[in-house]
Write a protein that binds this ligand. Sequence first.
Ligand code: FES
Length: 567
Amino acid sequence: MRSQEWFGGSDKTGFFHRSGLKAMGIPERMFDGRPVIGICNTWSQLAPCNAHLRDLAEYVARGVYEAGGLPLEFPVTSLGETLMRPSTMLYRNLASMDVEETIRANPLDGVVLLAGCDKTTPAVLMGAASVDLPTILLSGGPTLTGRRNGVPLPSGTGTYTMYDDVRAGTMSSAEFVAAEACMWRSNGSCNTMGTASTMASLVETLGMALTGNGAIPAVDARRRTLAHDTGVRAVSLVHEQLAMSQILTREAFENAIRVNAAIGGSTNAVIHLLALAGRAEVPLELADFDALAAGVPLLVDLVPSGKYLMEDFFDAGGVPVVLNALGDLLHRDTLTVTGRTLGENVTGLTGWGSPVIRTLDEPLKKDAGIAVLRGNLAPGGAIIKPSAATESLLVHRGQAVVFEDIDDLRTRIDDPALDVSADSVLVLKGAGPRGYPGMPEMGNLPIPAKLLRAGVTDMVRISDARMSGTAFGTVVLHVVPESAAGGPLAVVRSGDWIELDVPARRLHLDIPDSELASRLAALGTPKLPSPGGYTELFQQHVTQADTGADLDFLRGRRGPEVARAGH
Ligand code: FES
């Protein structure tokens, strides 16, 4: 056992290591060479979606003890989507560094990762992948279905639609505030197929979690049982020496991309899977998301691409039913943390015919997934989620209405004098990884209030930002290079014509090449401020969205090698 490098010695170093833990009441026999399992916990009251992970950690520990291991729980940086400013994405890589360094520096043989809210899942996976110990993840699970006046309230998505109602004058501010307490009925992550539920489902698909992880509600007793079983399995993973790198293969990522399409998963999955693949040293490119999901239909009828919520998805059988419904579209022989293949895990789990999960013969939409766009406006690519867009806008030509940054957007978007129509293309600059910094979820720019009042519900919007997994609309995101890196997005002017052609995968700024070249030459290389601290480190090293917006020096595996003792 790796932990015996700490606990196996009879010198003063071994004394230090053991005696510190004995101060917590751990008996001598626990240092006999049994697997030490770290429970890496993103619990935090600053991340309300993860506030129940302390409770779940107890059940994981029970499982570890049952299987003959020693559980040691430790906190890592948590990232609360509802509270952090300027953007949780700014801190995903920082949290991953915390996870990586804490795991490597301590006497751990295996790890259970506890995550929930959007960025916490990729952060812990990325950090752990760079260490590559036997590792298993347990998600916190989604919150129960919230209701207001008898109507289900989708987390995130409901906020956007109700706020549009407020801006359009059809909902009062008092009603809006009253809805706050209705949306999250319990602990847990968003009840929609937002980024948290997407990532929890993809973790199960990748093989990094036990079967059922994706959908069991946070407060359902079966989530606790899953936690207990996760602890048991973590000990076995160590005995079997089944490291993350044996599970995170190219085929596992291909499965995740296809399942993301079938569940109507978040656009954020693109950036997180690319970053995770970078850590796991698996070749994966932006183009793979389009190519691999081609022909995968939308099977899951969940908000924001459909109408149901995560509790309904769980009741329908959850991820295993989707995996079976996809049949041969998936690699069924990928190895998982259960020690069995993905196909073996879900044998017989075909559900009861709920309308929430469709079949390949009767999908919700024929083509799902992520379309990767290219053109002179996004030479390095951009993405759009057609299942969450308005079909009639997928081929569109309109004149740009440009916002130089988010402050400009907030100042002018509802100005009655704004020169905008339903056919305009809203363009936001300065919201990429480097420029914002931290690539906020502002890509679904609000529809101008005067158009909302006129009944407009969707417009083409383009930016270098991300979009919440709970958001929707004809929204082009993750434009590469971002404007702050001198990409063509930086030189778009209001009044320019822009052509979006999703079937042709094209995003074109309709100005002469010579005009584009001269505008870019005049722009030069944009200078960034030097705020110091972590933000400056981030701005200097963050990669573009097409490689996952990781820090360049964090990509790859650095392994679990034990460092020399410091005393
Ligand atoms: Fe935490 Fe949606 S805000 S999962």
